[in-house]
Design a protein around this ligand. Sequence first.
Ligand code: SF4
Length: 290
Amino acid sequence: MRDLTSEVVELIRFTSTNLSADVQQTLERARDREEKGSAAQSALITILDNVELSRQNSTPICQDTGTPIFYVHHPEGWSTRKLREQIRNAVVEATKKSYLRPNAVDSLTEKNSGNNLGDDAFPTIHFEEVEGDELTVELMLKGGGCENVGAQYSLPNTQLGAGRDLAGVRKVVLDAVQKAQGQGCAPGILGVAIGGDRGSSYYASKEVLFRPMEDENANPELAKLEQRLTDESNQLGIGPMGFGGKTTVLATKMTGRHRLPASFFVSVSYMCWAHRHRKLIVRGEEVRYE
Ligand code: SF4
């Protein structure tokens, strides 16, 4: 089996230092929309300058390089045990090269491992076998500040008057944005999962953040709600970094999961403006990065 350690190190470097074009363009449009000379526009200008500098110097876009979350889609015949080992070795190497900050802290002893390896779930690695002969490794670096303002709701929620329907979903998502108040480094991107259990719901709310910024949900009802939630979040006046302004949320991505009749969870994963996600694609000898 091919050793992908160095390709994964490059994937980590690329993800940590080079913001994808779709996120950058959304930030640029937001900068142009904000009032000239406002604190909101200045914050977006600084963010975009920083994005460009990081790309030029191959240095992390943010000092918090986040939790590395890998999604591996592999053809039949690949050993997930060996792939896990290669990814973990790549994480150690990328930490040595300062593409990642040492971020794995033992919650009981408070000791930082120093190399971004913790228990089996740090870094997080999901595997799925797929048809065909192409292997893809997707990586998301999920910052701690934005992870802290994620939220999960169990509907109905009487306090918010949110029932078990899309109107109720809308209320709780807006509540999460309101409570975040620009913490978690707004403008953010909302990943929302409706249904599942508590674990699978949060998982899905992160996975949906891999969708391109500009795509439209295949479900017309969710497509409408995504747009509405982005628009309504931007009317809250929270703005970039909480400075006020027109841009609190850059995009909303939603997905649905089956659930038990007794439960109706809505999970909101809030992703900060530093939405670092990239993909490594391997097919035979061909290797490319997106
Ligand atoms: S929330 Fe995002 S932008 Fe803010 S400090 Fe964390 S990683 Fe950086």
